[in-house]
Design a protein around this ligand. Structure first.
Ligand SMILES: Nc1ncnc2c1ncn2[C@@H]1O[C@H](COP(=O)(O)OP(=O)(O)OP(=O)(O)O)[C@@H](O)[C@H]1O
Length: 607
């Protein structure tokens, strides 16, 4: 199809989700076993009830045709209305028991299913929260989202109905085969012989169905990734008037998904008619051979009718088993991707012997530190640095020079490739990650505001802080004034990313959050966006309060911040080129001098 190939090329050019494309494995028992471990905690309490209900439901279902046969042969033929009445009454009772048992079973299986899905989603989400930055570097957010939402949802059917239906169908199938052979083995065998033929035809179809659903999943993963990117970048899209292009691009993806969904769905639908066709052959054999056996006097008319009813019941589970197989294959593909994430070991792993980092004084050392994000590409080379407790260090340098990388290593978002980073003499790889990060505060340039109230956002720094402490922190960093002027003060709801707040306000809010956390070491990535002089002054004052008495690393862009730093590191291509205080570096007339001159010129030109 031309739509498919054209759009495929376009989409491949822009999106490469190798992880999802590569997955194409068949039925995997180890995975089924692993999935079933999620049912284990509930198995003891619920499975026996479900099993009893299942057996009761199956038996009552299978007894009905025998009752019909009895009614035909012993009541209809002889005109015995009392027996007929009893048979109909018996059938009604059987239907009522069957309905009750099924209802009870469905309620319990739904309970297990929902609980299992809850546990699986919980495991996946908790694990993702702990994964290292490197994991997120490689994956678009959408493809992570799709695993937590769509893939987990696609397991829902399997856990709520699938597993139990599978057992019911198997029990029902075995029961019917037994009864058919028991009533008349010749007629039974003649009908059962059609089953292997049906399986042979459908097996080939199943492989196609499996592949088709896998393709649908990868297409949905792409759509999710694209949606996520578009929503995150909506402002840039509108600023560059790229809406039409984005819509056209999405349209291609949507069409592509639509095409593959239809294809998979058509293949899936063709499964039923194949079963029906084989069923029709079964009926023909039944009536032809059954009539012959009636003439021979081997079976009664009632038994032939019962046979017909059993055949109807016979194809039902086989048909469902086929659908179940597809459901199972979708679940295989989904669970494979879910477990792939759950099995992902964080690159930054905690040693089993890791100790709690004692209360930090703030002496930090980088010894011969080297770092590569990707093998062979140095981001930092031979960094030696010694910082005394309470000192403020400004990191200065061109874009891509390695400033953020130094900070990433200090927070242990990545591990050094060579060398070591120590805090108060403790190698940060030897201490627990939580004891390290809980004592190192970080204020990023792109201040992240979560949806919730202003109060909640400040409290993010220390969850057990009182309202008074929150107000005190806001006052200390000069955020209180703007907060009380908001419609609901500290209770004003801000949406995700704090879109309703200005850049300066978001900065002040993040300072309050950091002050509340009261870390001994503070990392600050200064915002580059220009703000008005009044806010600039407020931020400078807030900074003084925030940095007081702490060891701080600042990726500095403002001249005022750089000048007040105790020590300035000038980085270039991952190396420290110059270091010292402002005056010493200015006298040296090297890179730093050039950078400052350029900043002055810029400020003069822009007024
Ligand atoms: N996640 C990553 N994966 C691969 N390479 C990266 C990654 N992050 C940064 N780099 C590379 O490492 C080098 C140093 O980047 P870093 O972010 O530390 O620079 P920076 O000085 O903070 O730049 P800027 O001022 O623009 O933020 C750059 O060459 C960059 O391309």
């Amino acid at each position: 199809m031309s739509v498919q190939s054209a759009s495929d090329k376009e989409i491949q050019k822009r999106f490469v989700y190798q992880d999802d494309e590569e997955l194409d494995k068949g039925f995997d028992w180890a995975q089924v076993k692993r999935l079933s471990t999620y049912m284990k905690p509930y198995a003891r309490q619920i499975i026996p009830i479900v099993l009893i209900m299942m057996v009761v439901g199956a038996i009552t279902k299978l007894l009905n045709p025998l009752l019909i046969a009895y009614a035909i042969d012993h009541a209809l033929k002889t005109g015995d209305s009392k027996t007929l009445f009893l048979c109909v009454g018996g059938m009604l009772c059987l239907y009522a028991i069957q309905w009750g048992a099924n209802n009870f079973r469905v309620r319990f299986t739904n309970m297990i299913g929902q609980q299992v899905i809850y546990d699986l989603r919980h495991d996946l989400f908790s694990h993702i929260q702990r994964l290292s930055f490197k994991f997120f570097d490689k994956r678009p957010a959408g493809s992570i989202l799709v695993r937590i939402t769509n893939y987990v949802n696609s397991l829902q059917d399997l856990f709520t109905n699938g597993a139990v239906n599978l057992m019911i169908d198997c029990v029902q199938l075995c029961g019917i085969i037994f009864i058919l052979l028991f009533i008349n083995w010749k007629l039974g065998l003649a009908i059962i012989v059609t089953v292997p033929i049906m399986f042979m035809i459908s097996t080939k179809l199943r492989v196609k169905i499996r592949r088709a659903w896998q393709v649908v999943q990868t297409r949905q993963s792409r759509i999710n990734a694209h949606l996520n990117e578009c929503i995150q970048g909506i402002k840039v899209t509108q600023a560059y008037t790229q809406e039409k292009e984005n819509i056209a691009f999405f349209e291609q993806m949507n069409q592509d998904n639509h095409y593959h969904w239809n294809r998979a769905s058509i293949l899936n639908q063709s499964f039923g008619p194949i079963i029906e066709c084989t069923g029709a052959i079964g009926y023909c054999i039944l009536f032809w051979f059954g009539a012959h056996l009636i003439q021979e006097g081997e079976i009664s008319i009632g038994l032939l009718v019962a046979f017909g009813t059993y055949i109807g019941l016979f194809w039902e589970p086989i048909n469902r088993l086929g659908q179940m197989y597809t459901q199972m294959l979708i679940a295989m593909a989904s669970s494979e991707r879910i477990f792939e994430f759950i099995d992902e070991v964080p690159n930054v792993a905690e040693k089993t012997s890791a100790q709690e980092l004692p209360k930090i004084q703030g002496n930090i050392e980088f010894k011969q530190v080297e770092f590569e994000y990707e093998p062979g590409r140095h981001a930092l080379k031979r960094i030696d640095l010694s910082v005394k407790a309470g000192q403020s260090i400004a990191l200065v340098g061109h874009t891509g020079s390695g400033k953020s990388t130094i900070i990433n290593l200090l927070c242990r978002f990545y591990d050094v490739t060579n060398g070591s980073v120590t805090i108060d003499g403790h190698d940060i790889r030897d201490v627990t990650i939580s004891s390290l990060r809980s004592q190192v505060g970080i204020v990023l340039q792109d201040t992240f505001i979560f949806s919730g109230t202003i109060r909640d956002n400040i409290r993010f720094g220390r969850l057990n802080a009182t309202d008074e402490e929150i107000v005190a922190a806001a006052k200390a960093v000069r955020a209180h004034d703007f907060i009380v002027n908001l419609p609901h003060g500290y209770d004003t709801e801000v949406q995700e990313r704090g879109n309703v707040l200005s850049m300066g306000q978001r900065q002040l809010l993040s300072f309050a959050r950091a002050l509340l956390a009261d870390p001994r070491v503070l990392i600050l990535d200064e915002a580059t966006a220009s703000i008005d002089t009044e806010t600039e002054l407020k931020i400078q004052e807030a900074l003084k309060t925030l940095l007081h008495g702490r060891t701080s690393f600042i990726i500095a862009h403002r001249l005022s911040t750089i000048r007040h730093a105790d020590h300035i590191l000038v980085l270039d291509h991952g190396q420290i080129m110059e270091q010292g205080n402002h005056d010493a570096l200015m006298q040296h007339k090297g890179i730093y001098h050039g950078l400052i001159q350029a900043q002055y010129r810029f400020l003069q030109e822009t007024g």
